[in-house]
Each structure stands twice: as C-alpha cells, then as structure tokens.
Design a protein around this ligand. Structure first.
Ligand SMILES: Nc1ncnc2c1ncn2[C@@H]1O[C@H](COP(=O)(O)OP(=O)(O)OP(=O)(O)O)[C@@H](O)[C@H]1O
Ligand SMILES: [Mg+2]
Length: 232
C-alpha cells in the first residue's frame, strides 16, 4: 500500500516536472573537452596548492584561461571588488570567510583572488572590467601572495624549498612565503620542534608589512570555514 502511494507520488512529480523543465543538455552546452569525455576526472577539481606550485591544467593555472571559464556570480564579483579596494587602501573587508556547501565554489573563489593579483593587467581578464569599475580602480595592486593549504603541510614530512629551507609547520610555511629565508630564520627553532612560534611570528610579519607591501593570504584548511586575509 505504502509502495503504491510512493509510486503514484513519484509519477505526479515526474509528469509535473516534465511539463516545463527542459533536459539540462538543451539548456547548456558543455565545453568540448567535457562533452567528448576527454577531460580527466582529476582535472575537474580546483586545487589551490597545485596552482600555487605552477602545476595543473591551463584552465586553473593560467589567469586568462581561468577567467575565461569563470562565471562571475554576484557574490564572486563583490568579493573581488572588496579585495581590490582593500589592497588599494580604499576600504573593503580585511578578512573574508568563504562558506558554501561542498563544491559550492570556495576553492574557485580563492583561485580568482590568486589570479587577479598575479601582476597581470586587468584588461586581459574576462569580466574584470566590471570589477575595476565598481572598485573605482584603474590598476591592480600586486601584493605578496601567501597560500597555506592545511592538509598539504605535515610536520612529520618536512618539505625542502628551492632555496634549501626545510619546512615542517604551517607557521614555517607562512614565514617563508612572507619573507623567505630571513623571515623563516626567526621561527626556525619552533618549526623544528613543531611548536607555535607565538609572538616571534608576529614580529616576523611586522617586519614584512613594514616594507609597505600588501599581502593576500589564502588559507585553505580541511575545515568548512576558509578565511581569506587581505592586508593593505
Ligand atoms: N564561478 C564559477 N565559474 C566557473 N566555474 C566554477 C565557479 N565556481 C565554481 N566553479 C567550478 O565548480 C567546481 C566546484 O567548485 P570548487 O571546487 O571551487 O568548490 P569548493 O567549495 O571548493 O568545493 P569543496 O567543498 O569540495 O572543496 C570546480 O570545478 C570549480 O572550478
Ligand atoms: Mg575546495
């Protein structure tokens, strides 16, 4: 009896939907690489760390290609406008928390910030003219970009940077990205013991900030809340 009821309810929903909802393939056309089945499953996932290392496909790695394939939603646009304003010292939020469901566009939003402040001219990026207009800016600042991806850093598996620096912790990675070997030296002892550097990190950051460069920090963790820090 219950099964019958469920069946008839299902039919009612299906017929009602079929009446005015078009199949998705008639509403949008997938990119050629997706439609042809050529696209690798692994390439679907936006990966901030991979992009930061200069790896991955052009769609994510190259700022021009990235924005060509990005749909500038209202919320993405207003986040970019806020970031341009903040880095130009004209308002904007210093910290932005990205909260969406899985696959809602958190990583894509961070990549958009990463590429927007890559030193490229705004005229080269699709859709960014509208962002510049709303932010009342003509040029894009080129801050130091810091990318921290929590699940890529493990004190048990130190990484060796191109300049030979060996890094174990999130703090070490932050210091090194901010100020290279010199900044890292300030917290080296803590990095080796995998302990928090406390105030030493702050003075290291102060040292960096006093050099007058803005910073865009993209912090991606395994948690649902992902803050983006934009220091003028
Ligand atoms: N505005 C957009 N324009 C074009 N593609 C987008 C946009 N937002 C997200 N995408 C794409 O949608 C997919 C899911 O987005 P993304 O990986 O950023 O979500 P997420 O919130 O980080 O997901 P997760 O919670 O799984 O980490 C990715 O392939 C991404 O490139
Ligand atoms: Mg993500």
């Amino acid at each position: 009896m219950r099964g019958e009821k469920r069946k008839s309810a299902g039919t009612a929903i299906e017929s009602a939907a079929a009446g005015y909802l078009k199949p998705w393939r008639e509403v949008i056309t997938p990119h050629k690489d997706v439609a042809s089945g050529r696209y690798q499953q692994a390439e679907f996932a936006a990966d901030l760390w991979q992009v930061h290392l200069g790896e991955g496909t052009d769609e994510y790695r190259d700022p021009v290609e990235f924005f060509r394939r990005t749909y500038l939603t209202q919320s993405l646009k207003s986040m970019l406008v806020g970031a341009v304003r903040r880095l130009a010292g004209k308002g904007g939020d210093p910290v932005v928390q990205l909260q969406t469901n899985f696959g809602g566009g958190k990583t894509h939003s961070m990549l958009a910030l990463y590429h927007l402040f890559s030193g490229i001219a705004p005229t080269e990026l699709a859709g960014i003219d509208a962002v510049m207009q709303e932010a009342e800016a003509k040029t894009l600042p080129a801050p130091r970009r810091v990318v921290l991806v929590g699940n890529k850093i493990s004190p048990g598996n130190p990484v060796k940077k191109p300049d030979g620096t060996v890094i174990r912790t999130l703090w070490g990675e932050l210091a090194w990205q901010l100020g290279g070997k010199k900044a890292f030296a300030r917290i080296k002892a803590d990095d080796e013991k995998a302990t928090s550097p406390g105030d030493a990190l702050r003075s290291g950051m102060g040292w960096h900030c006093s050099r007058g460069k803005g910073t865009l920090s993209l912090l991606l963790t395994a948690m649902m809340r992902m803050p983006v820090g934009i220091a003028g």
